[in-house]
Write a protein that binds this ligand. Structure first.
Ligand SMILES: [Zn+2]
Length: 599
């Protein structure tokens, strides 16, 4: 049974189950609505409000029972990727009910799907042993016994789920374990009974500082990690042998003269995650989601360099990954040009640092022969057999050379590496940048005369107009302002139509006429990021930044335009005159350029 078949069996099975069936709801974006949360990490995230307000489900979905396959990204275990189970991107199968059915149905459906649809044997199941106001879950235990399961185990805190965040629905769970190809029992499915609302976090609940209140309905929330399920059904020793990964791993194996299993797994996992993050319009940057994406991509390039994969290997990977997923997520094909342009741009930015690591290799080889290189007063070797950690750190700090690649190179040349020294220097570096002041922040305009200042404000309006007219995936990639005209380069997968250009001009001129105030606020960087202020591509920002807003802002800092920017700007848009697009052209694949003037 391949991955596509299991997905469709799961959805069909629940579509027919229970009175009125389950509504199939498409996966929500990897980017949650909540700006303080980086990525969607579980299937229930988008449904959390319905457990407290179940009537809303009737309105939003036309029923109380839902089934989904949700894309998720988790980056907490990123360093463990490469073993048999850890992944950054994964899918989660789940059925949900907001008062539509009870424990008996939830458990029976799971039992039927696992044993009849998938033909797996259940090793054992668990149920909650009870604590405080929460009773021992005898009901679940009895239901499993009636279904003929013999091994039913009472467990404690591990089988009480939630709440996530500061408060929310939570309750006892029952888990299903099956044997994998290695003969180990693995948890396949977790069925949560959201019976309570907790007024504090899980930590507070465990410490006895939060209380539980019964919810008006019994909520069902189940989650089954797709990749692990697949490995079990397909009887594979690890997820990388399933049909979701096998073609990627094969390609890497065939094309790497220096193959290494763990690195190949890291490339497979990270690149797949990167593709899905890009699909949701995130591009690499030095903060937040963009930084996660940058780390994933750069790790891929680093590992590919160690394994000597051919240049442009990643173009082939995009094709393979598209083949694996296009039936389920058609957007992967629709956005392929955009994905290519984002990866290509990051590869280009990372080219020099990668080359720098190879220069380090040559210098280390020379050091073996007695030619000892120095940077300032730090020498490349600490002693005859040990590479200096401080030297590696300095190369990272000055040129951005990847530390893990240089460490790798040194070890392969039989040097020891002083890694404590690297970590110590990194820590100091982080503290230094934390205390960096507003004064260090440049950005903004170099030439401050009346004409350039007006064009600068028009530039901010133009970027907002492009996002409003062409779409939120538009990202600024370069800008230049002279006394005569403004210029903006931006990510966009197509030539703007005449109609789009007209709409963009009209949008800007409307805002000019509206006489909107332009205001500057000093904000902590993390807040500025979380409210979605536009940032300059590749720039490093201090802890406090200035953000320019155009038009009124509400309590959540929503505004027409908000950009990290050093200014200066006009104080009101009515000072600008009339905006006109002079030219729209391509500058590179996936990057367009607009020149505009004020008349
Ligand atoms: Zn600006």
């Amino acid at each position: 049974m391949d991955s596509n078949e299991i997905r469709s069996r799961f959805l069909k099975f629940f579509e027919q189950k229970s009175f009125g069936g389950h509504k199939i709801i498409p996966s929500s974006s990897l980017i949650p609505g909540d700006p303080t949360v980086l990525f969607t990490t579980a299937g229930m995230q988008q449904f959390k409000p319905y457990y407290i307000n179940p009537e809303a489900a009737d309105k939003d979905f036309g029923g109380r029972n839902i089934v989904t396959i949700q894309k998720c990204v988790r980056t907490g275990d990123i360093d463990e990727v490469g073993d048999a189970t850890h992944l950054t991107f994964f899918e989660m199968l789940g059925n949900f009910s907001f008062g539509g059915y009870g424990k008996r149905e939830a458990i029976t459906y799971a039992y039927e799907f696992i044993t009849k649809e998938l033909g797996l044997e259940i090793s054992y199941v668990t149920f909650y042993e009870g604590k405080g106001v929460v009773d021992r879950d005898e009901e679940s235990k009895d239901i499993w016994a009636l279904l003929g399961i013999r091994d039913i185990r009472a467990e404690g805190a591990d089988v009480f789920w939630g709440p996530t965040g500061d408060s929310g629905p939570c309750g006892p769970t029952t888990e299903i374990y099956c044997k994998n190809a290695n003969g180990d029992d693995v948890e396949i499915w977790n069925i949560v009974f959201n019976e309570y609302f907790c007024d504090g976090s899980r930590e507070k609940l465990d410490a006895g500082e939060a209380s539980l209140k019964k919810l008006p309905i019994l909520g069902i929330d189940t989650g089954m990690g797709f990749e692990r399920l697949l490995a079990t059904v397909q009887k594979k020793k690890n997820v990388f042998e399933t049909d979701l990964f096998f073609p990627i791993m094969e390609f890497i194996k065939k094309n790497s003269p220096n193959y290494e299993e763990r690195s190949a797994r890291i490339i497979s996992d990270h690149f797949r995650a990167a593709v899905f993050i890009i699909i949701d319009n995130i591009t690499p940057s030095n903060t937040g989601r963009g930084y996660v994406l940058r780390r994933l991509l750069r790790r891929v390039f680093t590992k590919a360099s160690t394994m000597e994969l051919p240049s442009n290997f990643w173009l082939e990977l995009i094709t393979i990954i598209t083949g694996i997923y296009e039936k389920t997520y058609s957007e992967i094909k629709e956005k392929s040009d955009f994905i290519v342009s984002v990866v290509k741009e990051e590869e280009k930015l990372f080219e020099k640092p990668l080359e720098g690591a190879q220069v380090y290799r040559l210098d280390l080889e020379a050091a073996k022969l007695g030619v000892i290189k120095k940077m300032g007063d730090v020498s490349i070797l600490k002693d005859k057999n040990t590479a200096s950690g401080l030297y590696i750190y300095k190369l990272f700090e000055t040129f951005g050379n990847p530390i893990d690649l240089m460490t790798d190179i040194a070890k392969k040349l039989a040097f020891k590496v002083d890694e404590d020294e690297i970590n110590k220097a990194l820590k100091e570096h982080q503290e230094k940048s934390r205390t960096a002041s507003v004064g260090m922040f440049k950005g903004g305009l170099a030439n401050h005369n009346e004409k350039t200042i007006k064009l600068h404000t028009a530039h901010h309006l133009l970027l907002a107009a492009l996002k409003a007219v062409v779409g939120p995936s538009v990202k600024q990639r370069g800008s230049n302002i002279t006394e005569e005209r403004l210029r903006i380069d931006f990510l966009c997968d197509h030539k703007l139509t005449d109609e789009e250009k007209k709409k963009v001009e009209d949008w800007v001129n409307e805002k000019i006429k509206a006489g909107l105030d332009v205001t500057k606020r000093e904000l902590p960087r993390h807040l500025a990021e979380s409210i979605g202020a536009e940032m300059e591509f590749g720039a490093k920002y201090p802890d406090t930044v200035s953000v320019y807003f155009i038009g009124p802002t509400d309590s959540k800092y929503n505004a027409l335009s908000k950009e990290f920017c050093g200014g200066p700007h006009v104080t009101n848009t009515n000072q600008l005159g009339k905006f006109k697009i002079q030219k729209e052209e391509a500058v590179a694949q996936g990057i367009r350029r607009i020149k505009g003037v004020l008349i």
